[in-house]
Design a protein around this ligand. Structure first.
Ligand code: NAP
Length: 259
């Protein structure tokens, strides 16, 4: 299927590896030129080079922390009016909520709620003016089904989800869509970090924990980032204008429900 976005411009936040990188690569394969972000400039440039060499599209690296005004400005300076925005950032640390300080809550809310909202605010009016825009927020399956040891993520991301639910319906008539992609377990470094504590407590390695989770999943495995990128590219296509304010769970069927 031709997604109809060849020649479009995208900012993909937090994209030097993992799910953000996979989204960037999937968009680049559709002919979308990119600005990608990440804090580690060297890793980001390597990611940009990989996407360029595989797809031939223009990929510019905006090194910086997307949760800071300066980091966002660096990306927006390179691409002030993107057609597509993928919001992403690292997830907050796991732990017992009794140990979460106010500063940790502020960081989580800033990274996983306020920063994506700031990016949306910066790009949405030009999208409305041109009658095309696609915004995808990478959130988490924890929005739908809370995960006990990542309360910071459960809380902050649900705040973003509530905000987006309202805004998406205000901009849809301008062919600007906002949707959320909710990863279940995906084969990235972040997955290793989130299972590390539980693995330690159980006297197992992170890989053993991940293998156990894979076995329990209806699909019998964890997800591959490329699968996530493909779903993201579809939500950014010119065929997806009637998908508005949705929360698409990609978890191999791990969330057990009838609908
Ligand atoms: P990952 O493999 O650890 O990759 C994270 C990427 O984000 C890296 O490129 C990292 O580069 C960049 N990044 C992190 N913080 C950043 C910041 N403040 N500013 C700019 N770039 C930043 O993680 P992932 O698995 O792709 O996860 C992506 C998101 O999905 C996270 O929010 C995660 O919590 C969520 N999630 C993942 C899973 C899973 O199973 N993988 C499940 C549920 C939710 P630098 O470190 O160089 O900045």
């Amino acid at each position: 299927m031709d997604l109809g976005i060849h020649g479009r411009k995208a900012i993909v936040c937090a994209a030097s590896k993992g799910l953000g990188f996979a989204c960037a690569m999937a968009l680049a394969r559709e002919g979308v030129s990119l600005v990608i972000t990440g804090r580690n400039a060297e890793a980001l440039e390597a990611a940009a080079a990989k996407i360029r060499s595989e797809t031939g599209v223009s990929v510019r690296a905006a090194a910086g922390d997307i949760t800071s005004p300066e980091g966002r400005a660096t990306a927006l300076d390179l691409c002030p009016a993107p057609d597509i925005l993928i919001n992403n950032a690292g997830g907050p640390p796991p732990g017992d909520f009794r140990e979460f300080t106010d500063a940790m809550w502020h960081d989580a809310l800033n990274a996983n709620m306020l920063s994506p909202i700031a990016m949306i605010k910066a790009v949405i009016d030009p999208m409305i003016a041109q009658n095309f825009g696609r915004i995808v927020n990478i959130t988490s399956g924890s929005v739908k089904s809370p995960i006990a040891n990542i309360g910071l993520s459960n809380g902050a991301r649900t705040g973003l989800t509530g905000f987006v639910a309202g805004l998406a319906r205000q901009v849809a008539r301008h062919n600007v869509t906002i949707n959320n992609l909710l990863p279940g377990p995906f084969n990235t470094d972040r997955l290793r970090v989130t299972v590390a504590k539980a693995a330690e407590a159980a006297g197992r390695t992170a890989d053993e924990m991940i293998a156990a989770r894979a076995k329990e999943n209806p699909a019998g495995r964890v997800g591959e980032p490329e699968e996530f990128g493909a779903a993201c590219a579809f939500l950014c296509s010119n065929r997806s204008g009637y998908i508005v304010g949705q929360n698409l769970l990609l978890d191999g069927g791990g969330f057990n429900s009838t609908m």
